[in-house]
Write a protein that binds this ligand. Structure first.
Ligand code: PGA
Length: 251
């Protein structure tokens, strides 16, 4: 199955408006190929990023969204606010949101539903903690995270979803899961999708790997059978690194 690879840069809470503009001007040099390139700047940089990239195929996406469209939720950003500035995709379920902002599977499930109702695509993150892996519970954890969120969706809604497998112990630590661990988990996730949504959807859904993807390991990770690209944190802030990672996905 030939699935188009995605390389998505998650800028997290980095980049002032000036820094963002500078990096985006460099990114414009990346000429397009066979890879879907996405960047997720902070909310304050989204609008300007979209206009700077208006003639580019690089997609600007959001790092988070609230489950309601309007209301008394001080400090939150709604799905319709995102779509009103041209955002088409949002990251939901990142482990930093789960850990530092107490986003439970129940909250995440509502966010996914709201995003889809507002015609947003979702990059949905799952991942186990180091202790889960040490105890051999990684498959159970991922299954539970998926069961309580994506498995409620119907066959049309699931088409809006890209899954990102991000073992928490590999995020920002410089430790990458080894290729066996990555392929094994991606295959496991695809099989869960197969059981719930059928063969066609499971062969089409894209599953990204995230967690210390760097120029030096990207090619090997992206060559794995069930890996369809990456969600890149630290390395997406450095133009030359991101550029190399995109090239690695290009084959
Ligand atoms: P990292 O982050 O590449 O810095 O490990 C990945 C992520 O959090 O998506």
């Amino acid at each position: 199955m030939n699935r188009k690879k995605i390389v998505a840069g998650n800028w997290k809470m980095n980049m002032t408006i000036e820094e963002s503009g500078k990096l985006i001007n460099q990114l414009k040099e990346i000429s397009k190929n066979n890879v879907e390139i996405k960047i997720a700047p902070s909310f304050t940089n989204l609008h300007s990023a979209i206009s700077l990239l208006s003639n580019s195929e690089i997609e600007v996406i959001a790092q988070n969204v609230h489950a309601e469209n309007r209301g008394a939720y001080t400090g939150e950003i709604s799905p319709e606010m995102l779509t009103s500035i041209g955002i088409k995709t949002v990251i939901i379920g990142h482990s930093e949101r789960r850990k530092y902002f107490n986003e439970t599977d129940m909250v995440l499930s509502k966010k996914v539903k709201a995003a889809i109702e507002n015609s947003l695509n979702v990059i949905f993150c799952v991942g186990e903690e180091l202790s889960d892996r040490e105890n051999g519970n990684q498959f159970e954890i991922i299954k539970t995270q998926l069961n309580s969120t994506l498995m409620d969706l119907d066959i049309i809604e699931i088409k809006n979803i890209v899954i990102a497998y991000e073992p928490v112990w590999a995020i920002g630590t410089g430790i990458t899961a080894n290729t066996h661990q990555i392929q094994e988990m991606h295959e496991f996730i695809r099989e869960l999708i197969n059981k719930k949504f059928g063969h066609e959807i499971s062969t089409k859904i894209r599953i990204l790997y995230g967690g210390s993807v760097k120029p030096i390991n990207a090619k090997e990770i992206f060559s794995l059978e069930d890996v369809d690209g990456g969600l890149i944190g630290g390395a997406s802030l450095i133009f030359s690194d991101f550029f190399k990672i995109v090239n690695a996905a290009n084959g």
